[in-house]
Design a protein around this ligand. Structure first.
Ligand SMILES: Cc1cc2nc3c(=O)[nH]c(=O)nc-3n(C[C@H](O)[C@H](O)[C@H](O)COP(=O)(O)OP(=O)(O)OC[C@H]3O[C@@H](n4cnc5c(N)ncnc54)[C@H](O)[C@@H]3O)c2cc1C
Length: 397
């Protein structure tokens, strides 16, 4: 009763089945072990590449899959249902691929897109710094013009896939203007320090990236100086937000599936848990949240597919709602499982830790709330003030 296939065309239905089978066979059985080990085996990258998933955001002409927005979303959902660390890899890698495809020069596209599509290079997105989190404009990493290129100096932290990336999309200020650069891992002056012990997405190879007079050639700069955050970063982050929102739908589905199974098999007070009404409340909320979050993600996907600028607002709504839904569903899933849910060997405790991350990354819950409320006032000012807020906000009419 998940309505997951409603509104899909035949190709999308098949794609969804393929993604689900991939996740069930290759990710679900290992996700807890990877989480405990704090890393993904290299074979996972090869597996994603072999199935074409690392080329999801790479145009067909450059060796990618060029997935439509809904199919890409469903891929993130199914991978997110199985393992948020792998979904994180897919997200940041797709963000970098998207940035190169959309903003890169012909030379950059020719050089990097086939590498990214085949997984010969994993992409990482290096924006956040110790002094610049939600306020990305406060980055202090600087790029200086030197003969033949640029010298980058700064400190990026909490970078997903830093441990395995072959190329980093680095954001730095060039003469005070935020600018994006593609920096290969083996550039002298770039070093990575792994960051272990994170609460969630523990296997996503998080790390700090230090740039110490790191020299890159002229053609490492992506797009024009000053376009780093407003164009390159913004469109990559929109894709990332969209991907995370779908990943959260997967997390809610995983919480619901585990809880429905447990409430069916566990008896207390002479009855299965599923017959206790307070447990039913939690099960009903999970099932409803999955359906509602998926609808918001679909709406965002359809608008993205149509190139409609309202997709930006629709993606905020989807990510804000889906991240909160994942957190509540994971909290309830642990509750339904009782002490078993707390045990280190049960996936629901991983879902809870991973869900918390979703409320922080790609625009925290608070930043989404601010943005959504401010945009609602903007819409209100443009339309008749006495119309219902839902109508003013509507992205579908
Ligand atoms: C697992 C993980 C993976 C990550 N991967 C990447 C990556 O690959 N690349 C990358 O560049 N970054 C990455 N990040 C960093 C992430 O983007 C930042 O954590 C995020 O932008 C928030 O920044 P911050 O952690 O510095 O929190 P802060 O910005 O310091 O915010 C702290 C708290 O204050 C709240 N807050 C901030 N400003 C306001 C405000 N104006 N009003 C109300 N509340 C506010 C926030 O919502 C938050 O709750 C990752 C983080 C995590 C946890």
């Amino acid at each position: 009763m998940t309505f997951a296939s409603t509104g899909l065309d035949p190709d999308q239905r098949l794609a969804r089945e393929r993604f689900a089978a991939f996740a069930d066979e290759h990710l679900v059985p290992h996700a807890d072990a990877w989480d405990a080990a704090g890393e993904l085996p290299p074979a996972v990258v090869a597996l994603l590449a072999d199935h074409g998933y690392l080329g999801a955001a790479v145009p067909v002409g450059h060796g990618g899959e060029g997935l439509d927005e809904i199919s890409f979303g469903m891929l993130c959902e199914e991978v997110g249902r199985a393992c948020s660390s792998v979904r994180s890899l897919l997200t940041v890698h797709s963000m970098v691929s998207h940035a190169v495809a959309r903003w890169g020069s012909p030379g950059q596209r020719e050089r990097w897109l086939p590498e990214l599509a085949t997984g010969r290079a994993v992409g990482a997105f290096a924006l956040t710094e110790p002094g610049a989190g939600s306020d990305a404009g406060a980055i202090t990493t600087r790029a200086e013009r030197v003969p033949g290129g640029y010298a980058l100096t700064g400190h990026k932290h909490w970078i997903t896939c830093a441990g395995i990336a072959g190329v980093f999309l680095v954001f730095a200020k060039l003469a005070g203007e935020p600018t994006a650069f593609l920096v290969e891992r083996d550039r002298p002056g770039l070093s990575v320090t792994p960051r272990g012990g994170a609460l969630g997405t523990r296997a996503s190879h998080l790390g700090d990236v230090l740039l110490d007079d790191c020299r890159v050639p002229d053609d490492a700069r992506v797009s024009r100086p000053g376009f780093g955050l407003t164009a390159v970063g913004a469109s990559a982050l929109e894709l990332g937000r969209y991907s995370v929102a779908w990943g959260c739908v997967g997390l809610v589905e995983a919480c619901a599936a585990a809880s429905l199974a447990h409430a069916d098999s566990r008896e207390q007070f002479g009855r299965p848990l599923r017959e206790h009404q307070l447990v039913q409340r939690m099960l009903a909320d999970m099932v409803t949240a999955a359906a509602a979050a998926r609808l918001l993600c679909r709406q965002a996907g359809l608008l993205r597919q149509a190139g409609d600028p309202r997709s930006v607002q629709a993606t905020w709504l989807a990510k804000y709602f889906a991240a909160g839904a994942a957190m509540r569903a994971a909290d309830d899933a642990v509750q339904v499982h009782g002490a078993r849910g707390i045990g280190g060997d049960h996936p629901v405790q991983r879902y809870l830790r991973d869900a918390k991350v979703m409320e922080i990354i790609e625009g925290s819950t608070q930043l989404q709330q601010i943005t959504i409320a401010e945009a609602a006032y903007m819409f209100r000012a443009r339309s008749e003030p006495d119309r219902a807020p839902g109508r003013q906000w509507s992205v579908t009419t």
